[in-house]
Design a protein around this ligand. Structure first.
Ligand SMILES: [Fe+2]
Length: 494
């Protein structure tokens, strides 16, 4: 049975929150003045509709944006709904009219027929996963083929983000990878029709609003990959054996089955992986890794003639079902399979692939690192964690990947009754040490009479709390976010 503290966190974290606020917060502790900008987060905040009841899965909820603006040690909070097609329709009908991640839509025969041929109509654009930037434009991002433009300052929805190119796809990788050396963002989109599957890798330069497709990888049974790796010269795709039958994809479109139910776990198959040259678009190496599953890559880089990449990996895809709401709110809701930071090394001369090397015994999910080290060798990885089964994710973790002692190369930040979200690293200006900076996150605290949410600022070196600011209301468990430095958010902090 779930511990009562964990159960109350799960209840609070997965309950609808309708409040929209725009308010200055009291700060306890001192936020250094160089922590200046805004933590903008995305995530579901409504899982029940009046007519069709509760969605099935954490990843089905309607998106809400949250912004903690920090300037001169002061914190301002604002949150707003993302005005997606899904939410507009749900507000009008009280029903779920789209195939969500794991929930069927309620559709007429005619709607089913048209959805078979129109994937945006099938899935809508509930872009609830994170926020990203193309040039000066910010977007809310999900795995739907389209992104939604947002105003990063007031969180208003600007409408569909229109690209100038045409790229037909069924889903898009939500974890886009900015190139630290230029104003460019990498991602890929997946296409699947019967007997035909493709991963289209693309990038967008600055404000061009044009996706340049630089590689296409054929895969007749596309894998569900939530993230991928990009180094200075290469991209790497790890097609986990959680695969889609493209015939079933079309049948399910007609039947109205949700997205993730078109995928089947094939634990007897390898993780087929592709190393792709960013310049030529050529698959320079295809290699098999053991069967595994991961939501998230950490860093990817080249070192000593090898392509190195780190994943927060599981032995199988069971974690997806653990995120169903009836499971999360059931008697064992806090139980999650442990994910570990696993490293793979791919020799660029064609030698045998090395790994997985388990970097640490500390459980890690939502891995983040100092983005200035993106595509370079790096040392520290931050994430959320647990240290005993059944605790959901009740602590943050910092892993020192240079310390080979798996037992002792990590530290936790774990106040009792506190359930954090993804930690985001903010570098101190002028820093030379990789971990010289702050870690910002949002926590759900169930110690008081009512659950409360806080922005928490940690010193990244000591991994201890230096300040927190209480939000005006409980914030449900969201997913990812970004720290937008003040330079891109003029006048936004107060
Ligand atoms: Fe993610």
């Amino acid at each position: 049975m779930t511990d009562p503290i964990v159960a109350s966190a799960l209840q609070a974290g997965f309950s609808d929150q309708f409040a929209e606020s725009d308010v200055q917060l009291d700060v306890h502790g001192v936020i250094p003045p160089w922590v200046s900008g805004a933590l903008v987060r995305n995530g579901p905040a409504q899982w029940t509709l009046p007519e069709t009841g509760r969605f099935n899965h954490w990843f089905d909820g309607l998106a809400m944006l949250h912004r903690f603006s920090i300037r001169d040690g002061a914190v301002h909070y604002r949150n707003r709904w993302l005005d997606s097609r899904n939410r507009t329709s749900a507000n009008r009908t009280g029903r779920n009219d789209y195939a969500q991640f794991d929930t069927d839509p309620k559709r007429s025969l005619w709607q089913k027929l048209t959805a078979t041929l129109d994937f945006p109509l099938q899935f809508g654009n509930n872009d609830f996963i994170t926020v990203a930037r193309f040039g000066s434009d910010w977007v809310a991002v999900g795995e739907t083929p389209t992104q939604i433009g947002i105003d990063i300052d007031d969180l208003s929805t600007k409408g569909l983000f229109e690209f100038k190119d045409r790229m037909f796809s069924i889903w898009t990788c939500s974890h886009m990878v900015p190139d630290p050396n230029r104003d460019r963002v990498y991602s890929f989109s997946t296409m699947g029709v019967p007997v035909f599957g493709r991963y289209h890798l693309w990038y967008v330069d600055g404000n061009t609003r044009r996706r340049t497709r630089f590689a296409t990888v054929k895969d007749r049974h596309p894998s569900w990959m939530h993230s991928f790796g990009v180094s200075e010269r290469y991209a790497v795709l790890t097609a986990f054996p959680l695969r889609c039958n493209t015939w079933q994809l079309f049948v399910n479109a007609f039947l109205g089955r949700p997205f993730i139910r078109t995928f089947t776990w094939h634990g007897e198959q390898p993780t087929t992986s592709y190393l792709i040259d960013r310049e030529t678009g050529r698959v320079v190496r295809r290699f098999d890794l053991p069967a595994m599953f991961a939501f998230h890559f950490a860093n990817t880089y080249e070192e000593d003639g090898q392509l190195v990449f780190d994943l927060a990996a599981y032995d199988d895809a069971a974690a997806i079902d653990r995120c169903r709401l009836d499971t999360l709110l059931g008697p064992d809701g806090g139980q999650f399979p442990p994910s570990q930071l696993r490293r793979f090394r791919v020799p660029l001369d064609g030698g045998p692939v090395m790994g997985p090397d388990v970097i640490s015994d500390g459980v890690i999910e939502m891995p983040r690192f100092n983005d200035r080290r993106s595509m370079q060798p790096y040392r520290y990885v931050y994430g959320y964690s647990f240290d005993a089964p059944g605790r959901f994710y009740d602590r943050l973790i910092k892993i020192d990947t240079h310390n080979p002692d798996r037992d002792a190369n990590y530290v936790h930040w774990a106040p009792p009754g506190t359930f954090p979200s993804e930690p985001v690293f903010v570098p101190r200006p002028g820093a030379t040490a990789e971990d010289d900076g702050a870690v910002v996150t949002v926590v759900l605290d169930v110690n008081g009479a009512e659950p409360a949410s806080y922005l928490v600022v940690l010193d990244a070196v000591s991994f201890t709390e230096i300040a927190r600011a209480r939000a005006p209301h409980r914030i449900p468990f969201g997913l990812h976010g970004a720290f937008a430095p003040s330079a891109t958010t003029p006048g936004a902090a107060t």
